[in-house]
Write a protein that binds this ligand. Structure first.
Ligand SMILES: [Zn+2]
Length: 207
């Protein structure tokens, strides 16, 4: 189902935002991709798939098809989560490529193409090269996810991929701050809780 609470996009890296599509914002875990409708809603919020494509997929899908696709998406997510958790904190190397074979298999299914489009601004048109994709079946919805995961491993320095230090928090992020000092998913959530806990500790111990 689509969740009432909006999904998290705090990771500063779309591939990690995908891993954060299951999280515990308050006291119980929420999976934003728990079924087909949830998957469509998350793809819409993440802007990975245009709204009209999502509407067409909802219309065309066979009963249960999108729910099964959501199952596959969650398997992809949890497989990729173990890859990231095992390697965060150090740069990736060629030796990591073998483990990424399932991702390459997914990317090989893409029928993406390039096209020239006109951007019109103040009556003046300029031409621009654009990447597009034939959305030939619901499985094609996994392709933009495959792409953000591939970009994460190729473009992000895994030395600064971090897990939030909040004790019960599962969120991951790429630390792009100067000095790489980011410790929390957000200052207003876990950062604030840590500050309050430190304050209580100081009051209790009189330091
Ligand atoms: Zn956190």
């Amino acid at each position: 189902m689509s969740q009432q609470i909006p999904a998290f996009f705090i990771a500063d890296a779309p591939g990690l935002d995908f891993l954060n599509s299951v999280a515990t914002p308050i006291d119980r875990p929420i999976d934003w991709i728990d079924d087909g409708e949830g998957l469509l809603a998350w793809l819409g919020q993440s802007r990975l798939v245009p709204a009209e494509v999502l509407a067409a997929m909802r219309e065309r899908a066979m009963p249960g098809e999108l729910d099964r696709l959501a199952d596959q998406t969650r398997s992809l997510r949890e497989w990729f989560r173990s890859f990231v958790r095992a390697r965060k904190g150090r740069p990736l190397t060629g030796a990591d490529l073998r483990e990424l074979e399932p991702l390459n298999l997914l990317l090989a299914r893409d029928d993406a193409f390039g096209r020239i489009v006109a951007d019109v601004q103040e009556g003046q048109a300029t031409l621009r090269f654009e990447r597009a994709r034939r959305w030939s079946s619901p499985e094609a919805l996994l392709l933009p996810i495959g792409e953000i995961l591939a970009k994460l491993v190729c473009e992000e320095d895994f030395s600064f991929v971090k897990a939030c230090e909040g004790p019960a928090c599962t969120l991951l992020f790429a630390d792009h701050t100067r000095g790489h000092a980011r410790r929390w998913c957000s200052m207003s959530a876990c950062g604030n809780r840590a500050k309050q806990a430190a304050h209580r500790h100081r009051v209790k111990t009189g330091t």
